[in-house]
Write a protein that binds this ligand. Structure first.
Ligand code: ADP
Ligand code: UDP
Length: 243
């Protein structure tokens, strides 16, 4: 049964970057990280060689660090270069974003300078809906529309900041600034658990000295060297990657 449950059964969902498969055990899913890279709510998609492997291994590394720090995560184990076994969560369709510095949509929305330090770090919610371009929402929307309860939102916020405490220093020690990041949570047996992925696809990382961008902004802005930058981040953290 243990062996059987590690096999992919059927495709449950094909997202923009990952494919989700069922297993023989209804409590577990397999996430397959593909090389597809999308921006602008899926309007632009390209295949970047090695990206699936790098993000899968990176995500496993980060989720293991977070679990060790007491944050409940989906992660069970790495299955292959591009696959991991995770708890099947009942996903909450709201993304949690923490920002330590201004970038991206915050700069566009408020006209502040990119790189501005945010003290305290900000916390924002976005509805996961590509057709509506992931609009920003607040807690009362989430509760009124039944996306999450007040208690679940409070726990998501607490965990999102707990992640900041762990990862800000992890990246700092490796010479990088954690500018911002997006997390997705779900419910497993009644508790809020961190799901989806943490990788350079869903956060902003800048070199501490040169402020060089080492994340998906390289793709969004056509800067090139996207996977090379992700591999550099992985190398600095000590994530093992096959040649
Ligand atoms: P998108 O749906 O934005 O195109 P992906 O390509 O990353 O994104 O697809 C992965 C999908 O799997 C997402 O919809 C995500 O919410 C969902 N997901 C991630 N982790 C889990 C999990 N542990 N349990 C159930 N669903 C998950
Ligand atoms: N982000 C993400 N998925 C989304 C929207 C945002 O992973 O659908 C991440 C993004 O990579 C960045 C952070 O969340 O690290 C904040 O994104 P922002 O609101 O600035 O939007 P963007 O300009 O990146 O679309």
């Amino acid at each position: 049964m243990e062996n059987q449950s590690m096999e992919k059964q059927s495709e449950l969902y094909r997202g923009k970057a990952k494919t989700v498969y069922t297993t023989a055990d209804p409590n577990f899913l397999i996430l397959e990280f593909r090389d597809d890279t999308s921006a602008f709510d899926g309007e632009r998609i390209e295949q970047l060689s090695r990206k699936g492997m790098v993000n899968n291994r990176f995500n496993h590394f980060i989720m293991s660090k977070l679990a060790a720090a007491g944050i409940p995560t989906q992660m069970e184990r790495l299955l292959s270069d591009t696959e991991c076994l995770v708890k099947k969560l009942d996903m909450i369709p709201v993304e949690c974003v923490v920002r330590n510095r201004a970038a991206g949509s915050l700069v566009r929305r408020l006209g502040v300078e990119e790189g501005l330090e945010l003290n305290p770090p900000t916390f924002e919610l976005f509805l996961k809906n590509d057709a509506l371009h992931d609009p920003m929402v607040n807690e009362t929307h989430a509760i009124a529309f039944g996306w999450a309860t007040a208690e679940q939102l409070a726990e998501m916020k607490r965990l999102t900041f707990a992640v900041n405490a762990v990862l800000k220093s992890l990246f700092d020690e490796a010479g990088m600034l954690l500018v911002d990041y997006k997390l997705e949570f779900g419910v497993f047996e009644g508790t809020i658990v961190l799901g989806d992925e943490f990788s350079p696809d869903g956060c902003r990382l800048w070199d501490k000295e040169t402020l060089t961008k080492l994340d998906k902004d390289r793709f969004r802005q056509g800067l090139g060297g996207v996977v090379e930058a992700y591999e550099e981040v992985a190398k600095r953290l000590g994530v093992e990657l096959p040649a």
